[in-house]
Every structure is written in structure tokens, then in C-alpha cells.
Design a protein around this ligand. Structure first.
Ligand SMILES: *Cc1c(COP(=O)(O)O)cnc(C)c1O
Length: 404
């Protein structure tokens, strides 16, 4: 039976990720018994996550909290929202009431729900160029048009943002919000400077736009400062999508959306029929994790130094083996963006690197909102071991030197 005719019109906006092909190819090679080094992950390191401690919490919660296997309120269990409100005040430097927090199925759930209540087909969403592919896809699925603003080592070019906004407004286009990952940006690994953060807030205020702050990497900062936009927000313009994924593990699916008012109300109404509630068992585990100070004990004190070491290993390896290449130097997040020489094909390079050298990387191109970025390669340092990073970069550099 031909089922295409049953698809809704909006199904035309649903596009698969261009990265699926890379991952499929890697899975095929692995199935054939090839051992691959992966620098392609979007995950933290399971060995830097206190799995046995979390296991004990899971056991305790399941045995002692009957509600943990039940439906709970759509906006999250009150105890977790209260704990999170204290946590954000302590570690992010801003105060929000538990009532403004909605616990979601990861940051992904937060962004999807927000998009659903903000985006009309044809609306413009401003992002960094490049930006996180899943967010681009989520907004496009709702009919948004993505306009990406170029970045440099200080984050989104706010001068170009202003120019672009004037152009769009002159054409009568409707811009709804600016989506940004200001800290440890995925895929660039760049952290927005304080000046740019101020400029961004000012521009949003002048043009009366919302800012959606994707805080996925706010807790993965190795040095320097990065005041959250929300902590600098004077007129309530910043909506936060946060997550414990990069801290506790991506499998728990615990994130949050911070927004009050009419938007918060609509998100909550939208949420019930979508997912009923974020995984209850994970919510109770997250509650105990935060309440017992495990964030500090295990993440800040043990996990972060481990990631920093791996970040350093990757940067050192790149500097040694590709001294002339251009790449970003992240102070936060999980990624380094490497640029092949101008005009080189990153997609083809990634394919060849996998086939010939057994190293999996993610081409940067699919993260770009326009035709640029063809020579970009996203490298992950959080998930592989130090040895894998060093060996992986060595082999990458071999291919690089063979080709360029
Ligand atoms: C990982 C990530 C998220 C959130 O992932 P969840 O697992 O759904 O919490 C959001 N934005 C960016 C940029 C990310 O890298």
C-alpha cells in the first residue's frame, strides 16, 4: 500500500539529519568487525559519570518511593523544581521560582515544546551559524525559517545580527526569537564573550525579541567565566532550556524550561498530551543527586577535571600534528571544530577518514544554516579516552597531510 498520500502537509518540513548516513556507515563497518575510533559522540563519558552511586540512588528510589513508578505532574515533581531553583541560584547566579520551572524530557523536550507554542509556519528563528543540528531540525519541523548569524571566537557576531535584523524587518519578515548556545557552543566549541552577551541582550530589547538560551554546556566549563544570559536579563526576555544530560548522563532525559507567564502556561498545556511527564524515576534520581551535593562531589570535582584533561589532549595533539590548521579552542563544552583548507570537502574527508583510517568524525556542514562550512569537521573529546584522542588525531593528521 502506498502510504505517502496519508502524510500531513507539514511532514514535508520533517527532514532527517544528514549525520544519519555517517552513523549508519560506522555501524556497518563495526558490524563487519572493523574497530573504529570515534571522535563523533555527542555524549559525556560514561566512565566519568558516577554510575555506581547513581545505581544506589536508583535502587533506593525504586524501593522507597512508590510514586517513582507513577505518572507525576506535567511540570515536574515539586521537590525537584524546588531543588533546581536552589541549584540554579547557587551555580548559575539567578533566581527563579519553582513555579517558573518546567521539568522536560531533556533539553530537547524543552526546545520542542517551546517551539510548538512560539513558531508559526514562515516565522524566522535566528541562530548562530553553525548551530546545533537537532534544534535547527526541531524548529524547521514546525515550519520555521532559520537565519544563521556568523560566529567568531567570541561567539555570535552581534554586529551582523543587528544588520540582519534590520534587513529582515525591512522586508516585513517576522522574527520570533534568537536561539543561542552561548557557552561551549555545539558544534563550534566557542563561548560568547561578556561584551557580546550584553550586546545580544540590548539588541533583543531594541527589537523586542525573545532569547532562547540553550544552557546544555553551562556545567561543562573548564576555565574562564561565562555568566548565563538569564543572569544578565533585566526585562524577562530570556527563556532557558537546560539539562542534566551532560552532567548525569544523556540517558536520564531530565531537562528543564524556564519561562513564566503566558508562554509557560501554554507550554504546560501542550506538554500533557505530548509526554504526560518527564521520566518520573529519573526525576527522583536527579532530586537526590542534587540534594546530596553529588553535582559538586562527582561532577565538578571529579568529572570536569577528567574532561579538561581530554580537551587538553585533543588541543595538544592538533597543535603538534597540524600546526598550520585552523581549529577552535574551547573553554567549555565537548567539541573542537577543525577547518580543512578552504574549498576542501569535509563530508568526503570524513568518509575517507572512516574507511581508510578507522576514525569517525562528524562533518560540520550539516550544522550550517547556509552553503558555508563545507570544510568544517566537528571533533568530540568528551567521550573517547585520552589514548583514543591521541591516536585518532594522529591518523586524522596523516590523512590531512596526504591530501592537503
Ligand atoms: C546535548 C544538547 C542538548 C540537550 O540534550 P538533552 O539530552 O535532550 O538534554 C541541547 N542542546 C545542545 C546544544 C546539546 O548539545
Amino acid at each position: 500500500m502506498k502510504d505517502v498520500k496519508f502524510l500531513a502537509g507539514r511532514a514535508n518540513w520533517i527532514k532527517g539529519s544528514a549525520l544519519a548516513d555517517v552513523m549508519k556507515k560506522a555501524a556497518e563497518l563495526r558490524a563487519q568487525g572493523r574497530e573504529l575510533i570515534s571522535l563523533s559522540a555527542g555524549d559525556p563519558d560514561p566512565n566519568l559519570i558516577p554510575r555506581s552511586v547513581l545505581g544506589e540512588l536508583a535502587k533506593e528510589v525504586l524501593e522507597n518511593v512508590p510514586a517513582s513508578v507513577m505518572y507525576t505532574p506535567a511540570n515536574g515533581i515539586p521537590e525537584l523544581r524546588e531543588e533546581l531553583s536552589k541549584f540554579l541560584e547557587k551555580y548559575e547566579g539567578y533566581k527563579v521560582s519553582p513555579g517558573e520551572i518546567i521539568i522536560t524530557v531533556g533539553g530537547t523536550g524543552a526546545l520542542d515544546l517551546l517551539g510548538r507554542v512560539l513558531i508559526d509556519p514562515g516565522d524566522i528563528v535566528i541562530t548562530e551559524n553553525p548551530s546545533y543540528i537537532n534544534s535547527i531540525l526541531a524548529f524547521e519541523q514546525l515550519g520555521a525559517k532559520i537565519v544563521g548569524i556568523p560566529m567568531d571566537e567570541n561567539g555570535m557576531r552581534t554586529d551582523l545580527l543587528e544588520e540582519r535584523l534590520r534587513e529582515l524587518e525591512a522586508r516585513g519578515e517576522k522574527v520570533k526569537f534568537i536561539y543561542t548556545i552561548p557557552t561551549g557552543q555545539n558544534p563550534m566549541g566557542v563561548t560568547m564573550s561578556k561584551e557580546r552577551r550584553k550586546a545580544l541582550l540590548e539588541i533583543a530589547s531594541e527589537h523586542d525579541l525573545l532569547i532562547v538560551e540553550d544552557a546544555a554546556y553551562n556545567f561543562m566549563r573548564y576555565e574562564g567565566k561565562a555568566t548565563p544570559l538569564k543572569a544578565m536579563d533585566r526585562d524577562g526576555r530570556v527563556i532557558v532550556a537546560g539539562t542534566l544530560s551532560k552532567v548525569m548522563g544523556t540517558g536520564f532525559r531530565i531537562g528543564w524550561l524556564i519561562t513564566g507567564g503566558a508562554i509557560g502556561k501554554k507550554v504546560l498545556m501542550e506538554k500533557s498530551p505530548v509526554d504526560f511527564c518527564a521520566p518520573t524515576i529519573s526525576q527522583y534520581i536527579a532530586l537526590e543527586y542534587l540534594k546530596r551535593g553529588y553535582f559538586e562531589e562527582y561532577h565538578l570535582n571529579k568529572g570536569l577535571p577528567g574532561y579538561k584533561e581530554k580537551r587538553d589532549a585533543m588541543l595538544n595533539a592538533l597543535e603538534e600534528s597540524l600546526p598550520d590548521a585552523e581549529f577552535t579552542r574551547p573553554i567549555a563544552g565537548m567539541f573542537v571544530m577543525l577547518f580543512l583548507p578552504e574549498g576542501a570537502d569535509g563530508m568526503a574527508f570524513a568518509g575517507e577518514l572512516m574507511e581508510k583510517k578507522g576514525v569517525v568524525v562528524v562533518p560540520g556542514k550539516p550544522f550550517y544554516t547556509d552553503e558555508s562550512g563545507g570544510n568544517a569537521i566537528r571533533l568530540n573529546f568528551s567521550r573517547p579516552s585520552k589514548e583514543e584522542i591521541e591516536e585518532g588525531i594522529k591518523r586524522l593528521a596523516e590523512l590531512y597531510c596526504e591530501k592537503f
